[in-house]
Design a protein around this ligand. Structure first.
Ligand code: TYD
Length: 229
């Protein structure tokens, strides 16, 4: 996969843009990211005494939520791949400018459910647009705003989609409804990205219990956040 996707390293350092921290949670469908993010918010506030902002993509702003509806609408199954990548990048540009960057600059710990790597995995690998094209759009759109830490919740997509179906009464959105091959490509791309930058990424086996995942996350975050408080 490496050769067909070009340079996948973010082209700049994470630091140097304010006193806060930008922590991202990534993974395929139904991996349990959202449950952990909400538990971590409470833990960081109570245990570390830091102010936390929770956000998500696609979404995170009023315009982002409208674009999200279009992106996930199962009634639009034939959306062009480049249009899809541009819409994700557009919501991200607004999200960074209005929410994420100001929060990090104000010293907050930002916990974000999905970010740029989701575009690399879903549009870059899943839609075969390549990592280089996705990076070009997002370097420009976000003015190179990179996470300090990315937690990758890794799970067999068959299990993840079963969980998503259960949670949503059998209904899947436009991207969840893609083929198993698409979801497998997404998983492999995420694992590849994590392997290529082990300082920034932590891979977690998302088939573990909620409590064991939480213990691993808090252990890593205690260290990661103590170095930037
Ligand atoms: P969401 O319901 O937020 O998924 P989850 O709860 O699993 O995080 O839906 C977001 C969907 O959009 C998900 O299928 C991943 C996809 N996505 C992309 O394809 N590209 C992106 O850049 C982002 C942020 C999400």
């Amino acid at each position: 996969m490496a050769s067909s996707h070009g340079n996948i390293r973010p082209p700049g350092p994470a630091k140097g843009r304010g006193p806060g921290a930008f922590i991202v949670f990534e993974g395929g469908e139904g991996t349990g990211k959202t449950t952990q993010i909400h538990a971590l918010k409470d833990w960081i506030e109570k245990t570390l005494g830091r102010e936390v902002l929770v956000s998500f993509e696609p979404g995170g702003t009023a315009l982002g939520k409208k674009i999200r509806e279009m992106l996930l609408d199962p009634a639009l199954p034939k959306m062009d791949a480049r249009c899809e990548a541009l819409l994700f990048a557009a919501t991200r540009a607004e999200h960074v400018a209005q929410v994420l960057r100001p929060a990090v600059e104000a010293g907050k710990v930002v916990l974000c459910d999905r970010y740029w790597d989701a575009s690399r995995a879903y549009q870059g690998a899943g839609r075969h647009l390549g990592f280089a094209a996705i990076d070009q759009l997002n370097v420009w759109g976000t003015r190179s705003f990179f996470p300090d830490r990315v937690f990758l919740f890794d799970l067999d997509p068959t299990k993840g989609l079963d969980r998503a179906r259960e949670r949503q009464n059998g209904k899947l959105d436009r991207l969840e409804s893609e083929s198993m091959k698409f979801h497998q490509d997404v998983r492999n791309a995420y694992l590849y990205l994590a392997l290529s930058d082990p300082k920034r990424y932590r891979v977690l086996d998302a088939s573990q219990s909620i409590d064991s995942l939480f213990a691993l996350l808090t252990e890593d975050l205690a260290q990661c956040l103590s170095s930037n408080s």
